[in-house]
Design a protein around this ligand. Structure first.
Ligand code: DGL
Length: 263
């Protein structure tokens, strides 16, 4: 039997991370937990998130005995990771804004970080910029609604181009003198946003490199747990919502993420 990996997000955004981890460790057993009761995390203060997540994580560890936990949410990771590491001994992998790879990828050294309002405000994110932005100019863009729009789009609602464009437009900083030094890399600093990647690419005022941290998270999981045995079967997956609701969409999606549809 492969290891048990608990993947935790506020909603369906963590599926963009789960997808990469499943590819790297198809033999693991996955428990995906969405804290939909508290969604959107981006609208909560740091203290509210700490008070919510620390005890909830304790309950989840007791219920599922994971070998490793992936916090597939930037807002949670930059708010509560240090508290979780202090409280629990299970290996934890967080998802934090990929500022270092974005600055390395940028040729114009003009990078934007698109995250929730909470993520861009946190000291953790400011420290990442101080430590890793090197010679890059970084524009922080706190999006109030994009996570909810992504969640709604995945649920089948029609989301207008204008609604998406309103959220992403501040990422695109033109060159002051009309020259070439405009934004050329945007960090997807919320795990919900890669769900909309095709729309983001289409609506961008000019082409940029979109940086999705999910492959790096999957590599970190393999660093900690090792590679899958070639002979192992798929471990299966289950998806739980803290509201306790049964989500028809989740049941339809899980087979694509290595899971089985519950009987
Ligand atoms: N998926 C979460 C993140 O990566 C944000 C969504 C929310 O606001 O709950 O930040």
């Amino acid at each position: 039997m492969g290891p048990t990996i608990l993947v935790f997000d506020s909603g369906l955004g963590g599926l963009t991370v789960l997808r990469e981890i499943v590819r790297a460790r198809p033999d693991a057993r996955y428990v995906y937990v969405a804290d939909d009761v508290f969604f959107p995390y981006g609208h909560h203060s740091e203290d509210e998130i700490v008070d919510r997540v620390v005890p909830l994580m304790g309950d989840m560890i007791a219920a599922h005995a994971p070998d490793l936990v992936v916090i597939a949410c930037n807002t949670m990771s930059v708010s509560v990771m240090a508290h979780l590491r202090a409280a629990y001994s299970v290996p934890l992998v967080g998802t934090v804004p990929a500022i270092k790879p974005a600055c390395a990828a940028s040729k114009t050294k003009r990078v934007s970080v698109l995250g929730t309002k909470a993520t861009v405000k946190r000291e953790y994110t400011q420290a990442l910029i101080r430590d890793h932005a090197q010679s890059c100019t970084v524009t922080l863009v706190g999006s109030p609604n994009l996570a909810s729009l992504a969640e709604a789009a995945l649920g089948g609602e029609i989301i207008s181009d204008d609604d998406i464009l309103d959220e992403i437009a501040p990422c695109f900083v033109p060159a002051l003198d009309g020259g070439a030094l405009r934004t050329d890399a945007v960090v997807l600093a919320c795990t919900h946003y890669p769900l909309l990647l095709d729309r983001l690419v289409k609506l961008a005022p000019w082409p940029v490199t979109w940086i999705d941290p999910a492959p790096a998270i999957a590599r970190r999981v393999v660093d900690l747990l090792g590679r899958a045995s070639l002979l192992a079967d798929d471990g299966g997956a289950e998806m739980l919502f803290t509201s306790g609701r049964r989500h028809a969409l989740a049941e339809a999606l899980m087979p694509f993420f290595g899971g089985r549809v519950p009987a």
